[in-house]
Design a protein around this ligand. Structure first.
Ligand code: AFD
Ligand code: MN
Ligand code: MN
Length: 424
């Protein structure tokens, strides 16, 4: 069995919490009073906050980079086992990240059973499996330079389909129940790709993957408008993804990544639409100023994050119909920060937006909408968004064995220094 090395222990967290407990309790009571005036029972909200579950992608615990360079810090994980240790640490502190999404082949385990046992010993499990046909792998027969699932050559498409089914096989041994497919297929120049034919080829490939999955698995298809193809992509937007999901069948759902839209797209509305149509499979959190996953969740547009959660909560309250519970994951690139710190902070921002969304007075909002009172409708949302829900987050962690202030606890533990020595 692989070694965990240094870990943040229960005793350490207890001591950390002991020093903060009194303050958290006082702030919590004061907030409880305020919420009571609004007809809300704080303990119920805290319970819901603690029930949130956000998956961590294995690839986010290593330092990311751009095509201009990468500047890793010391003590980075060197193997999938060490990645799991880092993810487990985040769960130990936050208590809401019990699952890890693996990326094949980056995290291909020699022995999936061994990896599953190791994860269980850390108190975590596995989320969706992620395939990779946007890079060429060592020893593979055909290149993905000009696409994978939508490639013009059938042999390339078959190779890509086989890779996806191999990911499912590994996932079965790990206890995963879903496959996320994101492809880099597209064109760099006008005229390079036949829009219609390439989409048909993609759909046929998705059909083949879906047919090869176990019955209780779900397939998430992730759209993105650009990159690595800079002119067009095959699965470019939610409408196309919806069409594909609808056509292939009831086990196929759309995956929305906050960073995969053109600037200013109304993403909360995309969420509402897909929920209404029963095709929202999951959501990838991150934030950006210019493109994709450059920045940590909530760092640029916390109001947008809140509005997304407002729609997710709406969906849950109205009954999801045939929509499964959406799978949440963080999908970010950490280029200049300690990845574990960025992830801890992001988890907190995501949970904060969720709790704020739980506070929306939906009855009042419905009345204002009926009366076409735009000013009061916005004010109702803002009343929830501007509430400092920090005490709820802290109390939720105290009650579930996490750290009152997970980021402070992480630094106090000198985790990264320990890992710097262990992972020389
Ligand atoms: C890339 C994509 C996408 C996806 C991830 C895993 O942009 O967000 O989730 O790879 O395949 O970063
Ligand atoms: Mn993503
Ligand atoms: Mn992305």
């Amino acid at each position: 069995m692989a070694q965990t090395g240094f870990q943040i222990g229960e005793e350490f967290i207890r001591a950390h919490n002991e020093r903060r407990k009194g303050e958290v309790q006082r702030d919590y009571e004061a907030l409880g009073e305020r919420l009571k005036r609004r007809g809300l029972a704080i303990d119920r909200v805290t319970g819901e906050a603690s029930a949130l579950s956000v998956a961590l992608p294995s690839w986010a615990v290593g330092t990311g980079g751009t095509r201009f360079g990468r500047f890793p810090g010391g003590g980075e994980p060197r193997s999938v086992f060490e990645k799991l240790v880092d993810c487990g640490t985040i769960h130990t502190l936050t208590r809401v990240t019990p699952r890890v999404a693996l990326h094949i082949p980056w995290d291909r385990p020699d022995d999936p059973k061994e990896l599953a046992g190791f994860a269980a010993s850390l108190g975590i499990g596995f989320d969706a499996m992620n395939s990779n046909t946007f890079e060429d792998q060592k020893g593979q027969k055909y290149s993905y330079k000009f696409g994978s699932l939508s490639h013009t050559d059938r042999a390339v498409r078959e190779q890509a389909i086989a890779h996806n089914l191999a990911c499912v096989e590994i996932g079965k041994a790990l206890g995963s129940k879903a496959l996320s497919v994101w492809i880099g297929d597209g064109g760099n120049f006008p005229g390079q790709v036949d829009f219609r034919e390439s989409l048909e080829r993609y759909i046929a490939s998705i059909e083949a993957i879906e047919a090869g999955m176990p019955r209780d698995w779900l397939l998430y298809i992730e759209y993105k408008l650009y990159e690595p193809a800079f002119y067009s992509t095959v699965l470019n937007d939610w409408g196309t993804a919806y069409y594909v999901a609808e056509r292939v069948g009831p086990r196929v759902f759309c995956l929305v990544d906050l960073g995969h839209h053109a600037p200013n797209v109304n993403i909360e509305m995309v969420v509402a639409r897909l929920l209404q149509f029963g095709k929202l499979g999951g959501f990838h959190f991150n934030d950006s100023k210019y493109g994709d996953d450059d920045l940590d969740a909530g760092s640029m547009k916390p109001f947008q994050l809140f509005l997304v959660f407002h729609e997710l909560v709406n969906g849950a309250l109205r009954g999801r119909g045939k929509n499964p519970e959406p799978a949440y994951m963080i999908d970010q690139s950490h280029n200049v920060t300690d990845p574990v710190e960025s992830l801890i902070a992001s988890v907190e921002e995501i949970q904060r937006a969720y709790v704020q969304a739980l506070l929306v007075d939906r009855e009042a909002l419905a009345t204002f909408q009926r009366d076409n009172d735009a000013v009061m409708a916005l004010r109702t949302l803002k009343a929830a968004f501007t509430t400092d829900v920090g005490p709820i987050l802290a109390m939720g962690r105290l009650r579930t064995g996490g750290a009152a202030d997970p980021l402070a606890a992480f630094r106090e533990s000198r985790y990264r220094e320990h890992k710097g020595k262990e992972r020389a």
